[in-house]
Ligand binder design. Structure first.
Ligand SMILES: Cc1c2[nH]c(c1CCC(=O)O)Cc1[nH]c(c(CCC(=O)O)c1C)Cc1[nH]c(c(CCC(=O)O)c1C)Cc1[nH]c(c(C)c1CCC(=O)O)C2
Length: 358
């Protein structure tokens, strides 16, 4: 298989890109974080045969699971490449395993700041080319039906996983590092930022049409901490991607920042230059719009738990939400990823309701 053919089929549904750029749309675009995932029986079938990171690393498998939700749900206006944010720590030389029922596990997390020097920054993106191959293949197989989103984890979120060795309720080790080793923390965040920029540029070179940055662990940070360990790096990523795409004569693509739990810093986030800001379900759409102004697209933010309600209730909640956001500069989504036990018909109710709402 050759993954370098950039003669992609023409895009037929550009609602997502139009909304991200502030252009008029016929209907509000909708997609769902983790739309390819365990709530889908067809995904479970693939996972029964293949390890999680094998799916990520095999372009044909990653492409297949990326396309699965589109086959089932006619109202989806975007796809997101199947991968994980933790492929970056892997490319830096760390081992990451996905344990069923547990989540990601690092057998050897960073125990001491001196270990930062062992991370292999050199060549990291060349070890992530399989993501580019999956993106390129998917751009062909998707036949221009909807745009393909590329993504990355943000520096603070990735650093947290690398220090904690997996998910953490308290992030206590990471917080200890922030106190004890501020210089090393910034060194590591800087390293991650450089790799992330080149990784995102490679994704655009492979065919990604929009990029989302997941700062999923921002919910552990106060407003001051967000300013200290997240803000500069998130801004540098947006600026760095723009500059490098220009240098390489690649097309500019809109970017989305989803900083979960950082509703306290929306004014700060609005300064970073992202076209779209994702909101978790704790943020009020009307308040958010007041804070960010008219020149930014908002994305979100139904509580994923609402998808356990009846289709009628879901439709009502979705219509209420969409009316609060309005049709201008808005992309409908959940406020975080869809959960594994979500009933299949909830996705139908949610996506249909968005298109019928306004
Ligand atoms: C924090 C984070 C991770 N990964 C990701 C984030 C940021 C988004 C968020 O906050 O949810 C991002 C991610 N992970 C996955 C995607 C795929 C694309 C899509 O959205 O459809 C995306 C965008 C697949 C996945 N990533 C994972 C699964 C489930 C694992 C499996 O199939 O066994 C999927 C479909 C595993 C994963 N990967 C990660 C965790 C914490 C877990 C375990 C949680 C869980 O089990 O649900 C790290």
């Amino acid at each position: 298989m050759n993954f370098t053919n950039k003669n992609f089929p023409e895009l037929k549904n550009d609602r997502l890109l139009r909304a991200a750029l502030g252009k008029e749309v016929d209907k509000i675009p909708v997609w769902v974080m983790r739309q390819a995932g365990r709530y889908l029986p067809e995904f479970q079938e693939v996972r029964a045969k293949h390890d999680f990171f094998t799916v990520c690393r095999t372009p044909e498998l990653a492409c297949e699971v990326t396309l699965q939700p589109l086959r089932r749900y006619k109202d989806l206006d975007a796809s997101i490449i199947f991968s994980d944010i933790l492929v970056i720590p892997q490319a830096l030389g760390m081992t990451v395993e996905m344990h069923t029922g547990v989540g990601p596990v690092f057998p050897k997390p960073l125990n001491d700041p001196s270990e930062i020097d062992q991370l292999q920054e050199e060549g990291a993106v060349s070890r992530l080319l399989y993501v580019g191959d999956a993106i390129n293949l998917t751009r062909h197989k998707i036949e221009g039906k909807v745009p393909l989103i590329g993504f990355t984890g943000a520096p603070f979120t990735l650093m947290g996983y690398m220090i904690e060795g997996g998910g953490s309720k308290t992030m206590s080790k990471t917080k200890e590092w922030l106190e004890k080793y501020p210089k090393d923390v910034h060194k590591l965040l800087g390293l991650l930022t450089r790799v992330i920029i080149d990784y995102l540029v490679m994704q655009v070179d492979s065919g990604a049409q929009l990029l989302q940055v997941f700062e999923s662990s921002a919910d552990h940070l106060t407003r001051d901490q967000f300013a200290e360990v997240a803000a500069t790096y998130l801004k540098n990523i947006r600026d760095g991607v723009r500059t490098k795409l220009n240098e390489k004569k690649l097309p500019q693509v809109p970017m989305t920042l989803f900083a979960k739990g950082a509703g306290h810093s929306l004014d700060t986030q609005a300064q970073f230059g992202y076209e779209t800001l994702g909101l978790d379900w704790t943020v009020d759409p009307i308040e958010a719009r007041k804070i960010v102004g008219e020149n930014i697209t908002l994305q979100g933010n139904l509580d994923p738990q609402d998808l356990y309600k009846t289709p009628e209730e879901i439709k009502k909640l979705t219509v209420d939400m969409v009316r609060k956001f309005g049709k201008y500069r808005y992309i409908a989504n959940l406020g975080h990823g869809i959960t594994p036990q979500t009933p299949l018909e909830s996705m139908t109710a949610f996506t249909e309701a968005v298109h019928e709402a306004i």
